[in-house]
Design a protein around this ligand. Sequence first.
Ligand code: UDP
Length: 343
Amino acid sequence: MAEKRILVTGGAGYIGSHTNAMLRKMGKSTLVLDNLSYGHKQSLDLLSYSHTENLAQNSYGDTFLIHADLNDSFALKKIFSHYEIDSVLHFAAFAYVGESVSDPAKYYRNNVANTLNLLEAMKESGCKKIVFSSTCATYGNPLELPLKESHPQNPINPYGRSKLMIEQILHDFSHAYGLNYVILRYFNAAGASMEFNIGESHSPETHLIPLVIQKALGQRKTLSVFGQDYDTKDGSCIRDYIHVDDLATAHILALDYLDSHQKSEVFNLGNGEGFSVLEVIQKMSEIANIEIPYTIEERRAGDPAVLIGDATKAKEILGYNPSFSSLETILKSAYQWHTNQRY
Ligand code: UDP
């Protein structure tokens, strides 16, 4: 029988590629399905990873890249019939909040309809385990902090709504067809791999930490702080930043959970601590030992003042224990990675 593989949709993207690298390091073989619209093919190439001089001595798993889109139901069915797919890590999605407001059709089609294609292909092939990348954006404006999984979900933008719809579809599929899922609601993914030469690179870049680093490295002219009139300690927004390697580890724990339990669960993945936009800029300035100028701009639509997650449930049930998520480690790893990139 063919070797069992883990299907990683969006595996060439930011969080997907870090998780894929970690799986391979554990000797697992994966099948990455990515349309490469935002993902980077080179992020799958272990030979380009920096700290792996002893690659030949290691028993890394391999990765097959399938360049396909989840809108292609026919391709999906072929993939599930051709390969022995043990479980699915579903990262592929569009994730620009602002764009989701101006072009919601794109988000509902790509995130919701395409996930339905994936779930139908899984159902047809009998694959019953999926880990789904959800988001704290499904909660909307917090009524209580830190946010627990039981907090009401009232998303305030189409991106958050698209992710909530998928959560509901998973719930219904689980009930009707015996699918088991783990939903992971991420807070702010940040940082770069502690081991491999992969990091965060979006085009266009809209995320705070890469933008602050690009400004520190003289790669961009302006840096905007979106709002300094929020009801927070310094008036700027507060977010819970979590290191991408800690997120990757959580996916592996979620797969273990699905292997050992015949049930579905939802977990927050945060750090339980929030930092303001101005604190992030200040800390980066200390690390890079350079002044980082910025301007204060209008608030960005769809931004809650504070998002901090309570990850107690993931700690207790999955054994999740973030080890790289201090702001210092996050920023240093990202800064180092960006510094080493040739633009
Ligand atoms: N932010 C900012 N300037 C930027 C980009 C982001 O002030 O150029 C703020 C944004 O308003 C939010 C925080 O930084 O409060 C984190 O934003 P990011 O886009 O990184 O992640 P999000 O919270 O939207 O997932």
